[in-house]
Design a binder for this molecule. Structure first.
Ligand code: LMR
Length: 400
């Protein structure tokens, strides 16, 4: 008898497992629209010019690799806080924000969950319906009971704002509410600023604990506009958590670079929270790696590189928008008559196609086009070369 004999095989990860299935597919023509990775016109994950410039510069220096502090590279914190909360954020200036470098957005969520488990072990975590598949695994493995709030209205393809507000209004005080700052994953349907104002007012009134996941800052409208939820919450004065990632926005997926921010009541509380969050990290992976933090902090603090990065990010956003237009018109040209307005209305890397599980399975088995079982397709992986295959396959499946 082995210690491990009680373990059944785990189901394949709904997102990264799809890449495994894609890699194992021997078909010569196949398209991976499963995982949320931006690919350029040539089908490659681009190395951004701003990143390459920093890496070339770093390569010329002698850089011994001692341990970073548990909470990350000191030079990384201030520019990242300015990016996430805006320049001269009153909350940051008051010392109310405890920031830690993390292993990308997932690491930020996990460290945030670990700290919240210390602070409020009996709290429930409320997720949007639907949400990023990994939220469920992550928060339940951290030890929380989960609930859902209404979010996406399948009939209209828009956010069910009234349903969301109603569910939040009935949540127990102290409930942790996971919110997507922009480019909602998987639906691509976001709250408008005036909706955020109402959501924030309800969170404040009901004593709820917002946990904002911001993995796509700059890929919806712009770097400044996309932090609306974060600044509105900071202005409200309530404590909350933000997880941000540099995977998509800097193309640094494999560097695992992101940050978690605990917005506290005052500076003394922020210091206590930081000390506890360090114990969470120390018990999991001790301290974070160097390269991603060195790249991000250099780009954010060097004006020419910052401008270059913003330009490149805007070009990525625009290319995705163009792919939405081509995907939609391609389907229409192939005789899909249902309303496809949602394709161009949604924001971010995904389109939530409305295709059923059976239709998504057919896309894979018959056409070797891989999306998620939820119907999510990664628009950011479409390009002029694969568009014909993709629209041909999706149109066939949509028409039944
Ligand atoms: C996604 O949603 O596909 C990305 O965030 C990648 C991941 O880790 O799931």
């Amino acid at each position: 008898m082995s210690i491990f004999s009680s373990l059944d095989p785990a189901p394949r990860d709904p997102i990264l497992g799809m890449t495994e299935a894609f890699n194992a597919d021997p078909a010569p023509e196949k398209v991976n629209l499963g995982v949320g990775v931006y690919l350029d016109e040539t089908g490659k994950t681009p190395l951004m010019a701003a990143v390459r410039a920093v890496e070339q510069d770093l390569a010329t220096r002698e850089r011994p690799r001692g341990y970073l502090p548990i909470d990350g590279m000191p030079a990384f914190k201030a520019p990242v806080q300015a990016l996430v909360f805006g320049e001269n954020s009153p909350a940051v200036l008051a010392g109310r924000v405890a920031t830690m470098q993390t292993l990308a957005g997932t690491g930020a969520l996990r460290v945030g969950a670990g700290l919240l488990m210390l602070a409020s072990p009996d709290a429930t975590v409320m997720l949007s319906d639907p949400t990023w598949e990994n939220h469920e695994l992550l928060f339940s493995r951290a030890g929380f009971a989960l609930e859902r709030y209404r979010y996406y209205d399948r009939a209209t393809g828009a956010v069910d704002v009234e349903g969301m507000l109603d569910d939040l209004a009935h949540a127990a005080p102290g409930t942790i509410v996971v919110l997507h700052a922009c480019c909602h994953n998987p639906t691509g349907s976001d709250l408008a600023p005036e909706d955020w104002d109402r959501v924030v007012a309800t969170l404040v009134e009901k004593g709820l604990v917002p946990f904002v996941d911001m993995a796509y800052q700059g890929l919806s409208v712009g770097v400044d506009e996309d932090r609306y939820a974060v600044t509105a919450l900071a202005e409200s004065g309530i404590p909350f958590v933000v997880a941000n990632s540099f995977s998509k926005t800097f193309g640094l997926y494999g560097e695992r670079i992101g940050a978690v921010h605990f917005v506290c009541s005052d500076a003394a509380e922020a210091a206590r929270v930081l000390s506890q969050a360090k114990t969470v990290v120390r018990a999991m992976y001790s301290n974070p790696p160097t390269q991603g933090a060195a790249i991000v902090s250099a780009i954010l603090t060097t004006p020419e590189l910052r401008a270059l990065w913003e330009q490149e990010l805007a070009a990525m956003k625009d290319r995705i928008k163009q792919m939405r237009v081509e995907f939609r018109s391609g389907l229409e040209a192939r005789g899909v008559t249902s309303d496809l307005e949602f394709v161009t209305a949604q924001a971010g890397m995904f389109t939530y196609s409305g295709l059923s599980l059976e239709q998504m399975q057919r896309l894979r088995s018959e056409f070797h086009v891989y999306g998620l079982d939820s119907g999510r397709l990664c628009i950011a992986a479409m390009n002029q070369r694969n568009m014909g295959i993709v629209v041909g396959a999706v149109a066939e499946v949509m028409k039944g």
